[in-house]
Design a protein around this ligand. Structure first.
Ligand SMILES: [Zn+2]
Length: 165
């Protein structure tokens, strides 16, 4: 049993690929398919008054393989309050590609968020590294439950978040 420090989480950041759904090919964002519990988890968090944001690396934009994919439409249909995308390639050395904290910092500035009231949820250790460096609570989505992680806690499915946050 895990006991979190008694800080209220008001804002949840989700990684996209591998966290809210799966991809056939990371170069082609249109091959994304939502996990069955993604939408209902977001709906339930929002029903509790939480803000839901997406923080996603999309180097497909820099590489020109995104085909003009409409991320805004996807994320607004999903019910996200806002989204922050790094469109750069790794070699661009930008400040926003996770595990750098640029995407989360931008959201903090834009909405005046209190970092310890935010959680970052992702399936990769780079998401966890990013959330920790940004001063946020971190949750690793790990369906095996076996990964070694620096995250504050790991969950096996998105719907487990509803018991945790
Ligand atoms: Zn970037």
């Amino acid at each position: 049993m895990y006991f979190r420090e008694p800080t209220v989480i008001r804002c949840v950041f989700f990684d996209r690929d591998g966290t809210l759904g799966t991809l056939d090919d990371v170069r082609y964002p249109q091959t994304f398919r939502l996990f069955p519990d993604a939408k209902k988890t977001i709906d339930a968090l929002k029903a509790r008054g939480m803000f839901v944001f997406i923080a996603s690396n999309q180097s497909c934009v820099a590489r020109g393989t995104d085909g003009g994919y409409d991320f805004a439409r996807e994320f607004s249909l999903l019910g996200a309050d806002d989204w922050f995308i790094c469109p750069h390639d790794k070699k661009d050395g930008c400040a926003c590609r996770k595990p750098k904290t640029g995407l989360l910092d931008e959201a903090v500035r834009k909405y005046g968020l209190i970092r310890r009231e935010c959680a970052m949820v992702g399936d990769r250790e780079t998401d966890i590294e990013c959330g920790r460096a940004a001063g946020m609570f971190t949750v690793l989505l790990d369906d095996s439950g076996a990964k070694l992680t620096e995250a504050d806690v790991s969950v096996r499915s998105l719907s487990e978040l509803l018991y945790l946050l």
